[in-house]
Design a binder for this molecule. Structure first.
Ligand SMILES: [Zn+2]
Length: 331
């Protein structure tokens, strides 16, 4: 059985660099892996953890047959901890970090490395971050803390300064398109369209396509068009969508507004992300004002943050208000 970790081709150079550091025993105790969402950071971190836990890596790849690799493929290696919020979007709490400290206190059960993958690191609440600080300095021998962050600016500076920061590459279209084409068995044109919608993030694009989110998106976009044409109301639309992935809806709306701002600035269709919605975007761009547009962009940002921080807003009302402002752009 050969073990094939998922490493996206645009991260090959980074992989080789870190694997070489590992082979030469030059790895730091703590790495902060930063970059855009949906580019493969988490998968990379997990694959790298596998490499570290393999007892006889070959050509910078795990062997797939040793005891370490066996434990990994069965999904319960005692020297690997994957720390993430109990629920997507929620905080990583201090209790979780305390458990982690206990883990770091013990010696490696398989006599090799101990690895912690934490993602997204910016979701640590302040108590959790404070609890982690000391361990970031001295986690013990043969230990790697791998912090993955989409928003490193939201991390405490004291956390950032204790890690070696490693930037994860954003793929170029000529790397992302063939990868996506092959992953999803679709043509290049379709891949390009998916990548535009997801701002060039290939794993996000794959998710969009695989989970049938593409038709979910289409339904929401149709709703927005209908709303502008007064074929539906904000109340009806909010009722239909508020139980769905609200963060995703807000992200899509945000992306549309940014496109409208771009169209207003120079009318260049090449610069927009949602090319499939060009007609609607162009119509709004012609009718709305910069002031209205940026007021809504700011409001969306604020609501996204509040949703991520879980202030438990009234979801239906939140969406309805935003949809009303969306119509308000052209009224
Ligand atoms: Zn192995």
């Amino acid at each position: 059985m050969s073990y094939q970790p998922l490493v996206v081709p645009w991260a090959d150079a980074l992989w080789n660099k870190l694997a070489r550091q590992h082979a030469e025993s030059r790895l730091p105790h703590a790495i902060l892996l930063t970059g855009h969402t949906g580019t493969g950071k988490i998968e990379f971190a997990q694959a790298f953890a596998h490499l570290l836990l393999c007892h006889q890596p070959h050509n910078h790849q795990p062997c797939g047959v040793c005891r370490g690799c066996e434990l990994l493929s069965s999904g319960n290696h005692p020297d690997l901890v994957h720390l993430h919020p109990a629920e997507a979007g929620k905080a990583i709490k201090v209790d979780q970090v305390r458990e982690l400290l206990q883990f770091l206190h013990n010696t490696a059960q398989q006599g090799g490395y101990r690895v912690v993958v934490m993602e997204p690191a910016e979701n640590m609440n302040i108590n959790a971050a404070n609890a982690l600080l000391k361990s970031l300095e001295e986690p013990g021998n043969n230990t790697l803390l791998l912090l993955v962050s989409h928003q490193p600016g939201q991390l405490m500076p004291t956390i950032r300064s204790r890690c070696q920061q490693v930037g994860f590459p954003m793929p170029k279209p000529e790397e992302a398109i063939p990868w996506l084409t092959q992953q999803l068995d679709i043509d290049a044109e379709r891949a390009e369209q998916l990548l535009r919608i997801t701002q060039g993030a290939p794993l996000k694009a794959r998710l969009l396509y695989q989970n049938d989110r593409i038709s979910f998106r289409a339904g929401f976009m149709t709703g927005l068009v209908d709303l502008l044409k007064a074929r539906t109301t904000a109340v009806t639309l909010a009722e239909k969508f508020y139980k769905e992935d609200l963060l995703q809806l807000l992200e899509w709306m945000h992306s549309l507004l940014v496109d409208i701002a771009r169209l207003q600035a120079d009318g260049d269709m090449q610069k927009i992300s949602n090319t499939d919605m060009f007609k609607m975007l162009n119509a709004v761009a012609k009718k709305t004002t910069v002031v209205k547009l940026y007021a809504l962009i700011d409001k969306l940002q604020a609501e996204r943050i509040s949703l991520m921080e879980r202030h438990n807003p009234n979801r239906q009302l939140l969406l309805e208000t935003l949809l009303l402002e969306w119509v308000g752009l052209v009224r």
